[in-house]
Design a protein. Structure first.
Length: 750
């Protein structure tokens, strides 16, 4: 390689000076302090086996700047030496590479090593050769990723500077594109990572981490949030911090001891924009006037590419903050009562689970305000809300931080704490004095169910059910009282629940059916009617007594559907009997209070009559005496509608209630039914006889028919007949029977 690069003779040429004036930015950039950008340069590797080439190249470029920065040269005199340098250098802008060194293709092999092995795609390569024939120019340019291919004789000082300037500008653009791509990848990866963080604090901490990773710095910064119009106002607070600020989470912004940091965050929130100064402060504007500012210590001025990436990052993360805020709000609504700012039932069950790990000495209380619905009705719901707030204030003040309180339902509170604090006497004492509600003194009482956690084997929601069972027992005894839960109490309630669950399943699976007990004219012995009675046979083949499952059906509301089933079934049975020639046959059907009060009751009755095609006078509805006397005006209205269909009405179990003669006269029912208890006692005691006789006399005096149930002997029949009773039913005449048996029985008596 004897040929030298011809540079020295051209250093001072006028043509070169003119060309240098023409090139863009040939003069040094000046910083704010008046000097060149300190510590930065374009690193250029010269690979050539001729030492003079190294010296001449460095001398020719001495003092020249490219894109405002000087050139820094590294030297390798062989391909092997170059590989060693390349292994430790990652920021080489240009490699000036001789094609022929220790071998004819050493330079080309080095290109392959740089691109395919080391992955240096941004570094620009300028091939120089003194022997063009060893590497054809066109084929080399086509086959290798190089920036230029020159013979050494072509590279005068001006041309070398031009080649390096073009190569460095290309390198700068490629690095900018790489940085942009890597930054966007970080944003995408960071957003995906952050999307898995649900809590606001965790999300904000993740933003600090991802932000610092994007800028290539260690996690060092903090984020503060400013409340908006959808929550109580207050000073901005730190919601995430890293590095020297890590101990400031949840502290107000005013507590930040570094004035520059505090003022920068305050400016960011006030001016509502990003600030790029000593530290970088980013603004995230959210809905409802909420705002978040994030500060990171970058340590240097940001380049344009960094600012562009941060804008993309902020746009993406703002949506993330909105989602997290929404999730946090939903979480708050899911676990907290918004009016009283207390945990709700769901959260309270979690607290119960936690306390069950160490239940000794812990008591659960369920406190229900008495007659709270009446307070709402009398004074309005806003006043009722103030009542609840006053109760919570007093309970919180006396129970302190050693107990947990939650709103379980509208006017029911759950309290969990030490037995010495949560007990019947203590809670009753809290309601002894009147409450001050919006300037009004109001006396409020509360009924309480209590459970000592060690006295119950239940967990979570079942434990709350135990307290509910005790509360219900307390209400049955006396409002304003307290009742502790016992295992026997729980067993009874669970048996009832099990029975109700079985009743629902039995009804759905058609294991409930109707039987019929005939009603007889006592004087003639003629069959005039039958009473439809409900029966339940379990899957195991056992019969459940009606007095066990009917009250459960009424309490649960299941009686509405069951009652409609009985009514329709009875109407179809009447239709069948009349089609078989049993004219003037009447069917009696019991109606519960829940059915009677239901707004669709008359629709159900009319539909049953229409769908079966029977006339109303074929049907008699039985209501109890207590139902008839509960709300006389409502009862009269419904009875009038029933009579409009042609159906008659009987009062069942008459004599067990407290109806007055005037009320009974207002009802104008067609039939009174004597309770079986008085029938059994009529022949054995004067009291039984007196009550039965009184009912019969009352009915006859009001022009009603009187029917007695539970007649088991002919002696009872004779007694009732002698007293003037018209009709009867009981085992003396027939037991309740299925529809098929009823048809056979009546055919036999015909």
């Amino acid at each position: 390689m004897s040929e030298k690069i011809e540079l020295a003779s051209t250093v001072a040429s006028a043509d070169d000076d003119d060309l240098l004036q023409f090139l863009e930015d040939p003069h040094p950039e000046v910083s704010e302090s008046g000097g060149q950008s300190a510590g930065k340069s374009w690193r250029v590797l010269i690979v050539d086996d001729d030492a003079d080439v190294h010296k001449a190249t460095e001398l020719a470029m001495q003092g020249l700047l490219v894109e405002g920065l000087p050139l820094a040269f590294l030297h390798a005199e062989s391909g092997v030496a170059a590989r060693s340098i390349l292994a430790s250098e990652s920021d080489l802008a240009v490699v000036l590479l001789d094609v022929v060194m220790e071998s004819d293709d050493a330079g080309l092999q080095l290109i392959h090593h740089m691109r395919d092995v080391l992955g240096l795609q941004a570094t620009r390569i300028v091939l120089r050769t003194g022997q063009p024939g060893y590497a054809p120019e066109i084929e080399t340019v086509q086959a290798y990723d190089i920036n230029d291919y020159k013979t050494k004789s072509e590279l005068t000082r001006t041309r070398l500077y031009t080649v390096l300037t073009a190569a460095i500008r290309s390198y700068k653009q490629i690095r900018a594109l790489e940085s942009n791509r890597q930054g966007l990848e970080l944003i995408v990866e960071g957003s995906a990572e952050l999307s898995r963080l649900r809590g606001l604090h965790r999300f904000a901490e993740g933003v600090v981490t991802q932000l610092c990773a994007l800028l290539g710095i260690l996690p060092e910064g903090l984020i503060c949030a400013q409340a908006g119009s959808d929550r109580p106002s207050g000073p901005p607070r730190i919601i995430a911090a890293a590095g020297q600020y890590s101990g400031m989470i949840n502290a107000p912004l005013s507590s930040v001891q570094v004035p520059q940091v505090r003022k920068l965050l305050e400016r960011c929130l006030t001016e509502r924009k990003n600030i790029y100064e000593d530290a970088t402060c980013l603004y995230f504007g959210l809905s409802n006037d909420r705002a978040i500012a994030a500060l990171v210590d970058v340590g240097h001025a940001l380049q344009d590419i960094d600012r562009q990436l941060l804008l993309a990052f902020c746009s993406n993360i703002t949506v993330g903050f909105e989602n997290v805020m929404l999730y946090t709000q939903l979480l708050d609504h899911a676990y907290n009562d918004q009016l009283l700012q207390l945990p709700n039932r769901t959260r309270f069950i979690e607290l119960l689970e936690q306390n069950l790990k160490q239940p000794q000495g812990i008591t659960l209380a369920l406190v229900d305000l008495d007659d709270f619905a009446e307070i709402n009705d009398a004074f309005g719901h806003q006043f009722g809300d103030q009542v609840l707030l006053s109760v919570v204030s007093r309970l919180s003040q006396h129970l302190g931080f050693n107990s947990s309180m939650a709103r379980i339902s509208g006017d029911t509170f759950g309290i969990l704490g030490p037995e010495g604090l949560i007990n019947a006497t203590g809670i009753e004492a809290l309601f002894a004095d009147p409450f001050n509600v919006v300037g009004e003194r109001l006396q409020i009482s509360a009924t309480t169910g209590l459970v000592r956690l060690t006295d119950s084997a239940s967990v979570g929601s079942e434990l709350l059910l135990d307290a509910q069972i005790a509360l219900k027992r307390a209400k049955q005894q006396n409002r304003g009282s307290s009742q502790y839960f016992s295992s026997a109490m729980g067993q009874d309630a669970r048996e009832r629940f099990k029975l109700l669950k079985g009743l629902r399943a039995g009804f759905e699976e058609r294991r409930l059916f109707v039987v019929y007990q005939p009603q007889i004219d006592l004087e003639t012995g003629k069959v005039i009617a039958a009473e439809a009675l409900l029966r339940w046979k379990t899957e195991e083949g056992k019969f459940v007594p009606p007095d066990q499952f009917i009250p459960l059906a009424e309490q649960s509301g299941l009686i509405i559907n069951i009652g409609e089933f009985v009514l329709r079934t009875a109407c179809y049975q009447v239709k069948q009997l009349r089609s078989l020639g049993h004219a003037d046959f009447r069917m009696a059907v019991n109606i519960s209070m829940a059915q009677f009060r239901h707004p669709n009751f008359m629709d159900v009755l009319n539909n049953a009559l229409r769908d079966t095609g029977i006339e109303g006078h074929c049907l008699e509805l039985e209501i109890t005496e207590s139902m008839a006397m509960e709300d006389i005006h409502m009862v009269q209205r419904v009875l009038s509608a029933i009579r409009g269909t042609g159906a008659t009405v009987a009062i069942d179990d008459f004599g067990t209630g407290f109806s007055s003669l005037s009320q009974l006269r207002q009802l104008k029912v067609e039939r009174l039914k004597i309770d079986r208890a008085f029938v059994q006692e009529a022949q054995n005691s004067n009291a039984g006889y007196t009550i039965a006789q009184m009912v019969i006399n009352l009915g006859r005096g009001l022009g009603m028919r009187v029917i007695a149930e539970g007649i088991e002997t002919d002696e009872q029949r004779q007694h009732l007949l002698s007293m003037g009773c018209h009709e009867g039913q009981g085992y003396l005449f027939a037991r309740p029977m299925t529809a098929e048996d009823l048809v056979l029985w009546m055919d036999a008596r015909r």
